[in-house]
Design a protein around this ligand. Sequence first.
Ligand code: ALL
Length: 348
Amino acid sequence: MKTAARVFALLTILSLVLAACVAPVAAPAAPAEVAAPAEAAPAEAAPAEGAAAAVPAPAGKNGMPVVGLVMKSLANEFFKTMEEGAVAYQQGRGDFTLIPVGMNSETDIDTQISAVENFIVQDVDLICLAPADSVGLVAPAKKAIDAGITVVNFDVKLDDKALTEAGLQDLVFVGPDNEEGAYLAGVALAEALGEGGKVVIIEGNPGADNATMRKNGFVRAAEEFGLEVLESTTAHWETEEANTLMTNLITKYPDMQGVMAANDSMALGVVKAIEAAGLTGQIQVVGFDNIGAVQELIKEGKMLATIDQFGPMLATMCVETGFRMINGEDITGWSKTPVQLVTAETLK
Ligand code: ALL
């Protein structure tokens, strides 16, 4: 099977599994059990290329429906992989047009705003939006909805207060329980270090809801298992910034034993700083995303764990949710996607 067909087949299976186990839940306030996708079925058992799609594509305004996929930095392997997965999914189905858009840096909110504006001008059928800033992208989302475009928020939740003020309190969100995912990573670190372990938290971009949630999850694990948090500070999701920050933190806290990085891009910078200081093996690192580069570090023993949040599936779930809405289903609230701890053991 060709790679695209294989990815499509796998995503189709994951979608079917999720359609069964992921129901929209009313409020993000009370997270239910987070399930990992059940047994990944072997790709060979997947439906053949061209098989019926899980959710039928709706009629588009001008023929085939057009989907605008708004992501964040494509320099981040997480979004690169997401884009590839979404493109493979679109090619496997062939019944809609996909326009993926990314940014050059994690904080380039203006590019995202203009991407949404462009999609409004193009009058696309659906916008899947992973906002770089949870408040800043509410107004463009509202403008798109007012223009008759279906909008599904995914990956990073838009801010509840800003949504309510815009009258969009029911806007659907497709994404993981970031607090729970970070908690799982924190527990893995706590188990490795034992009570009293000294750690730092490297936070994501403070304007993004998932950055806040991940920090909260790390802190919960630290409190529950008696880790001492020396400092919690941001590197805005970026590798280079995390590298510089970590270099300084190593000097500031010579007794540091662990790092909780809110995404894998930052974990890469952290591990580089640890190597440069000759401290490999003495400071344990956990991340979030399960990018390929981090899987290698985990296998080499340079990182302890990460959290898989199944990036390509986030995008395809977003598209399918939007299709169902355009097809007439009334979907609101949180469609929860899975998170799963990844360690050297699980990568075997
Ligand atoms: C979040 C994603 C990833 C990513 C980060 C950087 O929205 O969930 O963890 O690494 O953004 O933009």
